[in-house]
Design a binder for this molecule. Structure first.
Ligand SMILES: Cc1cc2nc3c(=O)[nH]c(=O)nc-3n(C[C@H](O)[C@H](O)[C@H](O)COP(=O)(O)O)c2cc1C
Length: 339
């Protein structure tokens, strides 16, 4: 089904440049992720048929519902690119107005758009009117922060204007652009945003565990949450969140459970990408999943010796035998990985 409803029982995977690729989205769907966002893709790159963007556009029926995240700032490229994407069968779109990395800011995109709300709203309205041309009705969300500079709280004004031009949902990571990932995400602002608009509000920011996801929904009243770094450390965070909400049994995060996750991720990567680049990438990701188990150092060096997919799968099965360092109660231990 390519449709979705935005509600607290349906956690999303956040857009994660370098990580929320097709194999990862398929992996987290197996653990209860309701909607997976793609990595951000450049509108200008798409306009000029940049080959690097092709991998980001990869999808398949099991990937639905998927939201394709665009970034860009030049209005003239949005219409033809949206047309092209609709022609490829894409239906759900998001615009990145929150990325604070220098390269993106330099092009006037990402959170830089929050300094020119007129421009941002115009881009959103182009996306909305083009998405409406999808035979089953396309949908558009905008993902933003509180504002560009610290203290510039433009998010409520912005969200109201986005609602007026027909945006279907908004997602907010409640930090300022200049803050990057420093300090804490201010969930109280999510509550204020929820009260200010009638379209669904999705929250992102410091959702490192299932518990924090449930707490964020309870404290803010927002419609849904999006796991980002929490999912990178524990792709089963979605299942934990749903179990916690429903009061059902939360899976134990032991070696054999983690080994199953790793093997699934390796097999999905091999099946849907399968090249040298993706081999090296998954090999570097695996130790992160085994965090909290004894023997990661030995695991890391055995992984580095792997030269093909079969060896990688064999090395990953060792995780099943590793014992936890301590009882983490199923929580993920999240270091800061920032873009
Ligand atoms: C490695 C990495 C890549 C990210 N890439 C994107 C992106 O492409 N688009 C986007 O809107 N946000 C991106 N983000 C921001 C996340 O979607 C999310 O809003 C942010 O990490 C806050 O959530 P968290 O504290 O629960 O991780 C990225 C974050 C990280 C850590």
């Amino acid at each position: 089904m390519n449709t979705f409803s935005i509600n607290p029982d349906s956690p999303w995977l956040a857009p994660l440049a370098g990580y929320s690729d097709l194999p990862f989205r398929l992996l987290v769907k197996q653990y209860g992720c309701a909607v997976g966002c793609s990595e951000m893709v450049s509108v200008k790159g798409l306009a000029f048929k940049n080959m690097a963007t092709r991998r980001i556009l990869a999808t398949c029926p099991e990937d639905t519902p998927m939201v394709l995240q665009l970034f860009g700032s030049e209005a003239q490229f949005f219409e033809p690119v949206m047309e092209k994407l609709l022609g490829m069968g894409m239906r759900n779109f998001d615009l990145n107005a929150g990325c604070p990395v220098r390269k993106v800011l330099k092009s006037g995109s990402g959170v830089k758009l929050m300094e020119d709300l007129g421009k941002l709203v115009n881009l959103a309205s182009i996306m909305v009117s083009k998405a409406a041309e999808h035979p089953d009705g396309g949908r558009v969300g905008i993902k933003f922060r509180l504002g560009f500079n610290k203290g510039e709280n433009v998010y409520i004004d912005l969200a109201k204007r986005l609602e007026d031009v027909g945006v279907d949902w908004v997602t907010m990571h409640p930090r300022y652009g200049k803050q990057m990932f420093a300090g804490a995400a201010d969930w109280t602002k999510l509550a204020l945003l929820k009260q200010a608009v009638s379209i669904p509000v999705i929250g992102s920011g410091d959702l490192f565990t299932a518990e924090s996801g449930v707490r964020c929904i309870e404290e803010t009243g927002i419609d849904a949450i999006m796991f980002a770094r929490g999912a990178l450390y524990d792709p089963s965070i979605f299942a934990r969140y749903i179990a916690l909400k429903n009061g059902t049994k939360i899976p134990v995060r032991d070696g054999s459970f983690l080994s199953e996750i790793v093997l699934k991720h390796i097999r999905l990567t091999k099946e849907y990408e399968g090249d040298e680049r993706s081999f090296k990438k998954i090999r570097s990701i695996i130790p992160r999943y085994a965090k909290g188990l004894k023997g990661i150092r030995a695991l890391r060096s055995s992984l580095l010796e792997c030269r093909n997919w079969e060896e990688l799968e064999k090395a990953a099965t060792v995780i099943a035998q590793l014992k936890p360092v301590d009882n983490t109660h199923g929580d993920t231990d999240v270091d800061v990985i920032c873009q």
